[in-house]
Design a protein around this ligand. Structure first.
Ligand code: PLP
Length: 394
């Protein structure tokens, strides 16, 4: 075993705070106990606040984000339904792939990696869809593979401008509870998240928030769902129970993480993520490197994908940091595999923590021969953090 901390800076699973770990260090419990609903019902209510919805409802599946995707589509759509999607990274592509494999009629716009949802193109397509054949429009709010955040509100506006009734689906797996998300205000019909990123709980919960309109859609939706059935969930959840065995330990962890998010205040959580992300971006600029996100409007506050200079392998560099410095940076995937590396800066994160992956990346880049001045990125991040410091104690 290595002495000291084993540092984790991947974009999920994220660091699980001690408070959450303590909350999970408990005995198993009876999920049919008379007092179980006293725990679950307020948890469902408080989760609605995280998604910023008063009128929607939240489902918790013992799965991961991928299960949440499947729940969202299988409960609301029918085979052959036309849906509008776009892909610009590993994860936005995987939801497209899932929709295709479910037999939906997918119009998938291919967007260069480094950009996000093409809102203007969506607007054109929705306007041109006079017969309102498109049943759902998809947005990956934060593409974790490239560190790109998309404009959900813009897509809502495109739907409204076209007077289009399509459902609006959002992948919020690496954004919810870290980057602002507004279910009601943006008229989102299903937002999918997971426990292991902004929620700071281990992987194992698919958390899906849906609108009344999405619940209505389930009545005519003919895709098959059993494990992910909203109906089965609602029947049991209405009384504070689950249709099958819930992972109660993770629910206890989630309860604590939601407490922490509410104590800090969601807007403060978002501002903290922006600050951590900005510190990383200052370091990247000081290194003379480029983000995969091609324009500041796409910059993600939860994960940065950073190109290494040509001729070098970013994944090799990330593995070097792991092997020699006990720091898990994140490798790059798909089209940009090896061309970049990623730093996850979401969840339980503070100033001193964020300096660690910056320092480690510098040392690993130095070791593998990438020209960066040791301390340059750390210095730039420190300067930014000092100039924006906030009193946290006393
Ligand atoms: N969507 C995004 C944006 C993700 O980053 C991920 C995982 O990293 C997923 C979906 C899939 O979630 P999971 O791995 O929890 O199934």
């Amino acid at each position: 075993a290595m002495p000291g901390r084993n540092f984790l800076f991947i974009p999920g699973p994220t660091n699980v705070p001690q408070r959450v770990r303590n909350a999970m260090a408990i005995e198993q419990e009876d999920m049919r106990a008379v007092d179980f609903p006293r725990f679950t019902l307020p948890l469902f209510e408080d989760l609605k606040k995280i998604f910023k919805t008063k009128t929607g409802r939240v489902f918790i599946f013992p799965s991961s984000g991928t299960g949440g995707w499947e729940a969202a589509i299988s409960n609301t759509l029918s085979p052959g339904d036309k849906v509008l999607m776009s892909h610009f990274g590993h994860f936005s592509w995987l939801w497209v792939d899932m929709c295709q494999r479910h037999g939906l009629n997918v119009q998938a716009l291919e967007v260069p990696w480094g950009e996000g949802v093409p809102v203007e193109k969506y607007a054109e397509i929705l306007k041109a869809d006079k017969n309102k054949e498109i049943k759902a429009v998809f947005v990956c709010q934060n593409e974790t593979a490239t560190g790109v955040t998309s404009d959900v509100a813009g897509v809502r506006k495109a739907l409204n401008d076209a007077n289009h009734p399509a459902l609006l689906f959002v992948d919020g797996v690496s954004s919810v509870a870290s980057i602002d998300f507004r279910m009601d205000e943006w008229g989102v019909d299903a937002c999918v998240s997971g426990s292991q990123k902004g929620f700071m709980v281990p992987t194992g919960l698919g958390i899906v928030c849906v609108s009344q309109k999405a619940l209505e859609a389930r009545k005519s939706a003919r895709l098959h769902r059993v494990f992910f059935s909203f109906d089965d969930m609602m029947t049991a959840n209405d009384n504070g129970f689950f249709p099958y065995t819930p992972n109660t330990i993770y629910l206890r962890g989630l309860r604590e993480s939601v407490n922490m998010l509410m104590e800090e205040g969601l807007e403060n959580v978002f501002a903290r993520h922006r600050r951590m992300a900005t510190a990383v971006r200052k370091a990247v600029a000081a290194w003379g490197l480029k983000l995969v996100a091609s324009d500041p409007k796409w910059y993600s506050d939860t994960v940065s994908a950073i190109y290494v200079p040509e001729g070098f392998d970013g994944n090799e560099m990330a593995r070097h940091a792991y092997k020699f410095y006990n720091v898990a940076l994140s490798i790059s995937l798909g089209k940009i595999a090896g061309k970049a590396f990623r730093i996850g800066h979401l969840g339980d994160m503070n100033e001193m923590m964020i300096l660690t992956p910056i320092a480690a990346a510098e040392m690993a880049m130095h070791d593998v021969g990438i020209k960066v001045k040791l301390g340059s990125g750390v210095g730039a991040a420190q300067e930014y953090l000092c100039s924006t410091k906030q009193q946290v104690r006393g």
